[in-house]
Each structure stands twice: as C-alpha cells, then as structure tokens.
Design a protein around this ligand. Structure first.
Ligand SMILES: C[S@@+](CC[C@H](N)C(=O)[O-])C[C@H]1O[C@@H](n2cnc3c(N)ncnc32)[C@H](O)[C@@H]1O
Length: 219
C-alpha cells in the first residue's frame, strides 16, 4: 500500500466494532436509518467499506461519502470501496477535502473520524498538513489535538442548526479526551459517551459517540 495511505490497524478495527455495535442506537436516534455517512480521513477505506457492508442489511438508499487530503487514499477508496459496497447496493462517493470544509449544513447525518492523533511538534503537524505526506496520517501536533480541535470547531459551526447529527470520534488518552468532549458539549450542544476502548501498548484508544443534545433521552 502507498505510504501515504494509513494501513488498517487496531484503532481502525476498534472504530468499526464500535459503530457496528451501535446500530440500535442509530436506528432509535434517526427514527429509522441514517441516510448519510461521512467519513473524514478515509485512509485505506476499511472503516467505510465495513460499515457500508455490515451496518444495515436492508438499507440500500444510504449514501457513504469518504474524504481525505491524500490523493492516494482517495484513489484507493474510489477503486476498492464501491466494489465492496456494490454487493450491498450501497451508494459510495469520494471527495478530496480538508476536514468538513466541503460540506454544507445538513439536518441529519453521521460523521466518522479516526484522526491523526499522535502528539508531535507543531512544525511536524503543519508539515504533514501542507505537504500532504505520510506524516499527515498520524501527526496530530500538540497533545495530538491540533487537527481534532480544528475539526470540532468546524463541526460545531456546521451543525449549529442541525437536528440529528451523530459523530463517532476516536481519541487516545494523550489527546485529553475529556476536554474534547467538554468542547463539543458546550459549543455544539452534543451529548457524549465513551462506547469502546482498548489498551494498545502504553496508550489507551477510545471511541466516543457524540450526538445532538435534543435527543439526550436516548442512551
Ligand atoms: C489515523 S488515519 C485513519 C485512516 C482510516 N480512517 C482508518 O481508520 O484506518 C487519519 C487519516 O486522516 C487523513 N487526514 C489528515 N489530515 C486531514 C485533513 N486535514 N482532512 C481530511 N483528512 C485528513 C489522513 O490522510 C489519514 O488518512
């Protein structure tokens, strides 16, 4: 695989398990089934392809949108994911873009993000983002949070008037996830809950479900 493409790893599979196991919540939250999934930073395309293939057996009308800043990842996604999803008659599209900048406000959708979360010097983070090299697949800057923080700001802004928005976000303890969750609660009116975690070496990786507070009765 091209070195600019993040190969599926433990975090990838933890995220997939969390989302697939959360089907019941999704159905209750959307009062049927979500019609749009957007994955930011698709990398190898494994998350979207697995979710599209295994989340909802009887729902062919869902659009799965994948985005990344890396062209090699998008090229692979374009070739690999539709062939997996077509068996299930899913609609899959790919867009080159920086985080959520390509999206307009929408009322109901699911967002998935396994960000570059490794703590690095700020300079290394910017190098990855600007040169769009393999560094961008893992370098997260100070506390591994610089891209996560930009993403959360964009998400809160974009979903200000949305009704049902559901985010699955993967973080590691170094990112200080509690602060990230507090930001989403305060600035985006999101409820948040940790739904999966695993210890990998010295780091704990965690998956959070974040959903618009108007539906906080759902647990
Ligand atoms: C940790 S990898 C996750 C890849 C894949 N989703 C997975 O779970 O295996 C992070 C991904 O985010 C992408 N990325 C980095 N900066 C980005 C940005 N500003 N906008 C969109 N994607 C970005 C990287 O290219 C990489 O594919």
């Amino acid at each position: 695989m091209d070195s600019c493409i993040y190969p599926p790893a433990e975090d990838t599979f933890l995220l997939i398990d969390a989302i697939v196991d959360d089907r019941d919540f999704m159905q209750r939250y959307f009062m049927s089934l979500p019609s749009l999934f957007v994955e930011i930073g698709v990398g190898s395309g494994t998350v979207t392809s697995q979710v599209a293939a295994s989340c909802f057996d009887d729902h062919a009308k869902t659009l799965y949108l994948g985005t990344d800043i890396q062209y090699p990842a998008l090229h692979r996604f374009q070739q690999f994911v539709p062939s997996v999803a077509t068996e299930k008659q899913r609609i899959v599209e790919v867009v080159q873009g920086d985080l959520l900048t390509f999206l307009r406000p929408m009322d109901e959708w699911v967002c998935i993000f396994n960000p570059p979360y490794v703590a690095t010097e700020e300079e290394e983070y910017w190098r990855g983002q600007h040169q769009r090299s393999d560094i961008a697949t893992w370098a997260g800057g100070i506390l591994g949070r610089q891209l996560v923080d930009r993403f959360c700001q964009q998400l809160c802004e974009l979903t200000r008037n949305s009704r049902r928005v559901l985010l699955y976000l993967l973080l590691v303890d170094t990112n200080q996830p509690t602060q990230v969750m507090q930001f989403l609660q305060t600035n985006g009116n999101f409820c948040t809950l940790e739904i999966n975690h695993r210890r990998v070496g010295w780091e704990s990786i965690r998956v959070y479900r974040c959903w618009k507070r108007s539906f906080s009765a759902l647990k």
